[in-house]
Each structure stands twice: as structure tokens, then as C-alpha cells.
Design a protein around this ligand. Structure first.
Ligand SMILES: [Zn+2]
Length: 247
């Protein structure tokens, strides 16, 4: 079953595991099957460590929707969530850092509390935090997400309440897209009707050719517009899946 259909009923953590196992640890075209976590004493971390050499590189080009999506998802993960050290929260000192590859893969800071010293997995909440960091000696700022368990959330918000991010519903957006599509289709059929009227009508030859040229151009425009929207909706579709996954 394709990832796309699986995504309809799997939870974000299950989807994460499928993506990591089937797409991230496996290069495109790689037919070797991966060793899954089969014994109880082996953690996901060890399985990932064993397969680390298979990780995708920038040179690997995605071939399918699934591969493209997996790559996007994986790349986004690095600048989406942070790990926090909350040891000195009472002094209002919270240290943040980006996650390393192993943490991204096992979901530390995403499905496991993002506090460096905590491994709670239940009832995680997402907080938006401004992260000031240095990259190549350049000072940068980013709004990042911090996923914390209830007790670590209390620590984070000890001095000032941070903005909480909750799951966004896309139903409205879907409706908007559908509306846009149907408007376009109506426009297209209106054009067709107009064109057939021109073809059926008895018009002086000179004027007919002008009319036809105008109509052709109009049709081209509609076609181009429609194509842009179709391309956009593939991007939109991936973005929506990403938004749903990256809480
Ligand atoms: Zn915690």
C-alpha cells in the first residue's frame, strides 16, 4: 500500500516511522530491505544507527510522490523543532539547540519531550519559541516549535506564557480550493459556449478570423491558469500533509 493511502489512517508517529524506514533510511532505487526492530531489547535508535549509512544525500533525487514527500518532510524536520535545556528555567535561562540527525530520526523533540533531560511521550504540547542562534558567525532568529510534556511546559512558561500551537483544520481551505476549481470550470465552459456561438454564427470572414484568434488566446489563458492551479495543488497537498504532521 502506498504511503499516501496509509497516511489517511496512521497517526503522525506511525507515518514518521514509515517515512523513516521506507524512504529516509533507504536511498531511491535501493532494493535492500531494512532490518526492522524485531527483538525487544533493540530500540529504534539501534536500528537507525545500523542503517545510518543509507541516509539520503542531496544528490539523491526523489522519483515518486512518496519519495518527494519523504524528502521534504525529513528536510523540514531539522529546522522545525528544537531541543531545550530547562535546568535553569527559574532564572529565566532556557538553552535551545537544533536537533541532530539521530534525534530527528527517532523523533526526540517531536514525539518525545523536547526537554533534553526528559523522555515523556504522552500529552505533548507544542510551543512557539523564538530561537536566536549563530550560523557561520551570523546571528539569526527563527520561530521554532518546542514539543514538551505538561510538566516541562510549566517550566517553559514559568516567566512568560509562550504561544501554543494547535492542530489546524484544513476543511475550510479544501472548500476554498473546490470553489476555485468549480469557478474555473464554469469559466472554461462559458468560453466553450462563446466559441461555438462564433463558429455557428454567420460572420464576415475577416471578422471570424479575429474572433477565433481572440478565442484561442482566451482558451490558452484558461488552460495555462488551470495548469498552474493543478501544479500548485500538488504542492499544496504536500504542504497540507506536512502541516498536519508537523504539529
Ligand atoms: Zn518533559
Amino acid at each position: 500500500m502506498s504511503l499516501r493511502s496509509q497516511m489517511r489512517y496512521l497517526n503522525p508517529y506511525e507515518i514518521h516511522k514509515v517515512i523513516v524506514n521506507d524512504y529516509i533510511l533507504k536511498k531511491p532505487g535501493d532494493t535492500r530491505s531494512l532490518k526492522r526492530d524485531c527483538s525487544k531489547d533493540r530500540t529504534d535508535y539501534h536500528v537507525i544507527k545500523d542503517n545510518h549509512k543509507f541516509l539520503w544525500t542531496d544528490n539523491d533525487k526523489p522519483e515518486s510522490w512518496e519519495e518527494e514527500f519523504a524528502k521534504k518532510y525529513y528536510e523540514k524536520l531539522f529546522k522545525e523543532y528544537c531541543i531545550a535545556d530547562l535546568s535553569f528555567y527559574k532564572a529565566n535561562k532556557i538553552a535551545l539547540r537544533w536537533r541532530v540527525e539521530q534525534e530527528v530520526v527517532v523523533g526526540k523533540g517531536q514525539f518525545i519531550c523536547g526537554n533534553k533531560h526528559c523522555s515523556e511521550k504522552e500529552n505533548l504540547r507544542t510551543w512557539e519559541v523564538n530561537f536566536a542562534y549563530k550560523e557561520n558567525d551570523e546571528k539569526k532568529n527563527a520561530l521554532i516549535k518546542l514539543r514538551l510534556c505538561p510538566s516541562c511546559s510549566t517550566k517553559l512558561n514559568y516567566h512568560s506564557k509562550k504561544r501554543e500551537i494547535k492542530r489546524i483544520k484544513h476543511k475550510l481551505k479544501h472548500k476554498k480550493d473546490e470553489l476555485l476549481k468549480s469557478t474555473l470550470n464554469k469559466k472554461k465552459s462559458a468560453n466553450d459556449e462563446e466559441k461555438s456561438t462564433v463558429e455557428l454564427g454567420v460572420l464576415p470572414s475577416a471578422s471570424t478570423s479575429t474572433e477565433n484568434t481572440r478565442m484561442d488566446l482566451k482558451d490558452d489563458d484558461t488552460w495555462a491558469q488551470k495548469k498552474v492551479i493543478e501544479v500548485k495543488s500538488r504542492e499544496d497537498e504536500m504542504q497540507e500533509y506536512l502541516d498536519d504532521l508537523l504539529l
